[in-house]
Design a binder for this molecule. Structure first.
Ligand SMILES: [Zn+2]
Length: 60
């Protein structure tokens, strides 16, 4: 079972429907930071990382 982060859960104001996936928490975080670049975020703040981390869910 993998891990997912719904972009909308991290930043509802973005209106983004992207779902980030990874096999592990570490991987999904890495992919999320990669995805953040498509929102013009070049470097994630500790706040954003913390937000993303709490948004991690087990994939169903
Ligand atoms: Zn997004």
């Amino acid at each position: 079972m993998g891990k997912v982060i719904e972009c909308a859960k991290v930043d509802p104001s973005s209106g983004c429907k992207h779902v980030i996936r990874g096999n592990t928490e570490e991987e999904v975080m890495k992919n999320a930071m990669e995805h953040a670049k498509s929102h013009g975020i070049r470097e994630a703040t500790p706040e954003l990382k913390a937000k993303a981390k709490t948004a991690i869910r087990d994939e169903k």
